[in-house]
Design a protein around this ligand. Structure first.
Ligand code: ATP
Ligand code: MG
Length: 398
């Protein structure tokens, strides 16, 4: 046993939008706990993830260090559904134990040396605790002031000691990592992302995971007329995104020959949008096979000629499944900032030979007519082609 008054290291998690849920809240919380357990598996620690009243706590095995609880905190910070992640100390439910732990916790802080201002903020989720929050604040604040002579400042203190009284224990902590927000992955169902090697689609995937969708990834490669580089990029992107949801799958469609038949059967100016419709139809077929209820793309209104309102409408008409476009109202600079934040930008910016470059007409149609597109699709027997393409998909295991 250590002589420390700090108790045991643990991680305290604050829930996001889930707290607004009524009757279903329990379902969401259980999903979130499952997702957290899945995410921390890779750390190889024996962790105990438990629901508390309105929060989740992760307890580390006996003898665990503060560094280990920080490692756990950093990993769960990528799990959607959480707003704050606090590496904390679990202390006995007794005012004296809380006081001693708080004083010791502060002793390790660099703020002590420079005489920084501080505050104590307590809250009781269990009202049976003998002291009220403001009494606990005063008790612990007084002790810290006695021990180190730090001045109390309630407004904008440089150091805050948080004390949270729960049913079975008290949590004491000073820091936190902001979480991803959003809803637990899986709580909204399953969807299929059309994943290029570009900047936009990985961000679109992330935004929809954050709204509770578990996603599969579908990539169209120009093979056999392009190299496999775009597949490697898609693969690297999916690996990067997997830390937000776990169990990701990448499906790849060899699309080169289909593109060739588009080129021989249509007007040049409609080729890009005809190709996009063929991708969507194929994605819909794949979605049915893997039980995904929606498609997701990285389209942003007006960003390129295939994303004008008319052309987006022509794409919606190609399929019956809803097409979710979380980036529709985003500027490119906003998308890039988000890609940088989630770590996909540097992969997306690697050079590759995108399959779309095989069909780059000099002037692309910005107002494609659905009737013209249907003509092209009839000529190349799109219905049959879609089944063939869906049959030819390959799964790339992570
Ligand atoms: P991105 O950066 O996601 O590639 P973009 O700005 O390059 O997008 P487009 O190339 O017009 O825009 O593609 C629009 C959307 O179509 C993409 O966000 C993606 O969802 C889908 N898409 C495009 N190319 C492919 C591909 N090769 N495989 C799968 N989906 C694709
Ligand atoms: Mg692209």
């Amino acid at each position: 046993m250590s002589m420390s008054a700090l108790g045991e290291p643990c991680v305290l998690l604050k829930l996001g939008e889930i707290v607004l849920k009524g009757k279903n809240r329990d379902l969401f919380e259980r999903r979130l706990v499952d997702n957290i357990r899945e995410a921390v598996k890779e750390l190889g620690l024996k962790l105990d993830v438990r629901k508390r009243h309105g929060v989740i706590a992760i307890f580390l095995p006996e003898g665990a260090t503060a560094e280990q609880s920080e490692t756990v905190a950093r990993r769960v910070a990528d799990v959607p559904g959480l707003v704050w992640i606090h590496p904390a100390w679990r202390v006995a439910k007794d005012p004296d134990a809380v006081l001693k732990a708080s004083v010791e916790l502060v002793s390790e802080r660099e703020e002590v040396k420079r005489g920084a201002t501080f505050a104590v903020r307590s809250r009781r989720r269990d009202k049976r605790f003998p002291l009220r929050s403001n009494e606990l604040d005063r008790l612990v604040g007084g002790a810290i002031n006695d021990a180190y002579g730090l001045p109390v400042r309630l407004k904008n203190p440089e150091l805050t000691v948080f004390i949270e009284v729960d049913r079975d224990e008290v949590f004491v902590f000073t820091d936190g990592i902001p979480g991803q927000g959003g809803l637990p992955v899986g709580s909204s169902g399953r969807a299929l992302v059309l994943m290029s090697g570009g900047i936009d689609s990985p961000v679109a995937a992330y935004r929809m995971m954050r709204r509770g969708l578990h996603v599969d990834f579908l990539h169209f490669s120009g093979i056999p007329f392009t190299t496999s580089e775009s597949i490697y990029k898609a693969y690297a992107l999916v690996r990067k995104l997997d830390r937000f949801q776990s169990r990701s799958r990448l499906w790849v469609v060899p699309f080169g020959k289909a593109q060739q038949s588009i080129r021989t059967s249509g007007q040049d100016r409609l080729a890009v949008i005809a190709q996009r419709r063929l991708m969507l139809k194929t994605a819909e077929e794949v979605a049915h096979r893997i039980h995904a209820a929606a498609l997701i793309t990285g389209d942003a209104l007006g960003q390129v000629s295939s994303q004008t309102l008319t052309n987006i409408t022509a794409q919606d008409h190609a399929v019956e499944l809803p097409i979710l476009r979380p980036l529709v109202g985003w500027d490119k600079t906003e998308i890039m900032a988000e890609a940088r934040r989630i770590g996909t930008l540097e992969i997306s910016e690697l050079p590759d030979e995108d399959c779309c470059s095989l069909l780059a007409p000099k002037r692309a149609e910005t107002r494609a007519k659905i009737e013209d597109l249907k003509q092209i699709e009839k000529r190349m027997d799109a219905e049959e082609l879609v089944v063939q393409l869906a049959d030819s998909i390959q799964e790339y295991k992570l």
